[in-house]
Design a protein around this ligand. Structure first.
Ligand code: GDP
Length: 238
């Protein structure tokens, strides 16, 4: 275990963890045009409500409360941005998008929110990657697959995405492998990984992945022609 080949990745993982620990609240917005244009890569976290998104963000950033800002009254339907990097030298942004599929949200609010979310995913210029959280016991639901449909055109243009199967500590090894294989089929090529905040499964690998995305620079500019604002909102409720 002391070979140089294993020492290097551990060093990088520690670097990634330290970098993620710099996360701090930047801003919150109720719609896309309230977000500041940013010239650093942005990585969005999406998932059904209760999928474990806040816990995942807090675990990756090693901060107990960071993403719970998104759960405070008045901010549950907001896009919350967290900046990363040294003070005065922000090099990436994490975005926490509100959870979807929550039955108690009034229908009108759901429809409005679907539009905001779809707009964000289709139009946010500096969006570099999307991390989708799914409860490993349920796998990808129709709502999650609907969200992947929204980003598919951008994935074809180079947007990266990673599906995290959360709460993996609740599955045994065989169940975990089965959940992974099914999710891989559903995502048709995107990355899929088991994740547990409780047991820290996947934390180093995801931290490294986020840092690599941040270091790889800004995405290609969006094509001018597409103006999806008027499109029918995707069905992200039940
Ligand atoms: P969000 O609505 O997607 O932000 O979900 P939360 O982060 O609030 O998590 C929803 C529930 O799942 C909470 O009760 C968490 O304690 C629980 N949870 C989140 N991550 C894990 C995990 O890795 N393992 C276990 N066993 N429970 C988790």
């Amino acid at each position: 275990m002391t070979s140089t080949s294993s020492a290097q990745p551990q060093g990088q993982a520690a670097q990634a963890r330290n970098w993620l620990h710099t996360a701090r609240f930047l801003t919150t917005a109720a719609q896309l045009n309230q977000l500041p244009p940013l010239a650093v890569p942005e990585i969005a976290f999406v998932g059904r409500s209760n999928a474990g998104k806040s816990t995942c963000i807090n675990t990756l950033t090693q901060q107990r409360q960071l993403a719970y800002a998104s759960k405070t009254p008045g901010r549950t339907q907001h896009i919350n941005l967290f900046e990363l990097g040294k003070q005065g030298a922000v090099d990436a942004v994490l975005t926490d998008l509100p959870g979807y599929g929550y039955a108690a949200v009034p229908r009108e609010a759901k429809i409005r929110w679907q539009q905001v979310m779809a707009n964000y995913l289709m139009r946010r210029e500096n969006l570099r990657a999307v991390v989708m959280l799914c409860d490993s016991r349920h796998g990808l639901t129709e709502l999650d697959e609907g969200l992947l449909e929204i980003i598919r055109p951008r994935v074809q243009d180079g947007l990266d995405f990673l599906v995290l199967l959360t709460k993996a500590d609740k599955l045994n090894r065989a169940e975990g492998q089965k959940a992974l294989s099914i999710a891989k089929l559903q995502t048709a090529g995107g990355g899929v990984r088991l994740f547990s905040a409780l047991k820290k499964t996947g934390v180093d690998e995801v931290s490294l992945q986020l840092m690599q995305w941040a270091q790889s620079g800004l995405p290609q500019p969006l094509p001018e022609a597409e103006q999806p604002e008027e499109d029918e909102p995707p069905a992200l409720d039940e």
